[in-house]
Design a protein around this ligand. Structure first.
Ligand code: PBG
Length: 338
């Protein structure tokens, strides 16, 4: 590369295509690898038994009651997927302005966590810490008279929710609410209760995104939320420095892992976070990203398996250590078959 003269004498001096010529040499210089260990599988949980409902805007995704989730958990173990992330569909009758069902030790999530850990001790279980599936207004916190989210009052409920989940035996609590200071409060409470092994994956850089639409259909918070948005707590998609400040706070407050969300439209954030902090970094390929790829594949406009794997590898290239993705099961099956 140094000598111009040399490269002119032996044109072309460099033939990058040589290394792309054969499968073995392409493999030899592959910089990033996706494995099942990089995948976290988010699932939607229904109360009751023998219940399965498809989510219209997420083809291939079903809300399942716990009994029907057991075979899914078993397959995750068999395929080497390390973590299952649970999202509850809460009965409308249990939703309140303060979302206090989130702290019920006999609620859907704590019961599911205890059962799953009993049957699949080797499978990591993660739960969302946020109030939106439980509130009658679909916001992630409690509101003041002007319908603004109260930060510290919300955080107090989130601490109780996280403790309830940890006491049920969950491995990872994942605050997805974006309240200020909640990681510190949750970590302090866990330490005080001697729950020193509970990991915290912080949704640190979570953007106010329209890509969450299908998720809100899936957990049934869309109609409660109506036309309201989450811009007073989730981040403005115009910002990147702010994401680094949010990640710095969560690491200082005691997070074990940090997350960027959504995924594909925010890979620049993933890269900056990984480079700046060298910390376990995750990205969430959210419901709308899944819906886009599925819809195009179902129309025959994109090749399903190829775009799925290409999209997941992009997260690794951007520096993510793992990906929360609704493709987890399909991707792990494909990886195993190869
Ligand atoms: C709840 C939460 C959301 C998602 C994960 N946890 C929705 C939101 O913030 O409105 C979105 C996940 C997805 O779209 O796949 N706080």
């Amino acid at each position: 590369m140094k000598s111009q003269a040399n490269s002119l004498l032996h044109f072309p001096a460099h033939r990058p295509r040589r290394m792309r010529r054969d499968d073995w040499s392409r493999r030899l210089m592959q910089e990033n690898v996706l494995t099942a260990s990089n995948l976290i599988y988010p699932v939607f949980l229904l109360d009751g038994a023998h219940q399965s409902e498809s989510v219209t805007s997420m083809p291939g995704v079903n809300r399942l009651s716990l009994d029907l989730l057991f075979p899914v958990a078993e397959e995750c173990v068999a395929l080497g997927i390390p973590v299952l992330a649970l999202f509850p569909v809460i009965d409308a009758a249990l939703k309140t302005p303060d979302g206090k069902e989130a702290c019920n030790p006999n609620g859907l999530i704590p019961r599911a966590v205890a059962e799953l850990k009993k049957r699949f001790p080797e499978l990591g279980i993660m739960t969302d810490v946020a109030l939106d599936p439980y509130t009658s207004h679909g916001q992630d916190g409690v509101l003041d008279a002007d319908n603004r989210i109260l930060n510290d009052e919300t955080t107090a409920i989130l601490v109780a929710q996280a403790l309830t989940q940890a006491q049920a035996g969950v491995d990872i609590v994942a605050p997805s609410d974006m309240m200020d200071g909640r990681i510190q409060k949750i970590r302090e409470a866990l330490e005080q209760q001697n729950l020193i092994h509970t990991r915290i994956m912080a949704y640190s850089a979570k953007f106010a995104s329209a890509f969450y639409g299908p998720f809100r259909d899936a957990v049934g918070s869309a109609k409660n939320l109506g036309k309201a948005d989450k811009k007073t707590y989730q981040m403005d998609s115009a910002n990147t420095d702010e994401a680094l400040r949010e990640v710095a706070l969560d690491i200082n407050e005691g997070a074990d892992m940090v997350m960027v969300k959504p995924g594909m439209p925010y890979l620049d954030i993933v890269r900056r976070v990984k480079d700046a902090f060298e910390y376990p970094t995750y990205a969430y390929q959210v419901s709308g990203e899944y819906a886009m790829l599925k819809a195009a594949a179902l129309n025959g406009w994109l090749d399903h398996d190829s775009v799925m794997m290409e999209s997941l590898l992009a997260f690794k290239r951007a520096g993510a250590d793992g990906i929360l993705t609704y493709f987890a099961l399909e991707a792990a099956r494909l990886l195993k078959s190869k």
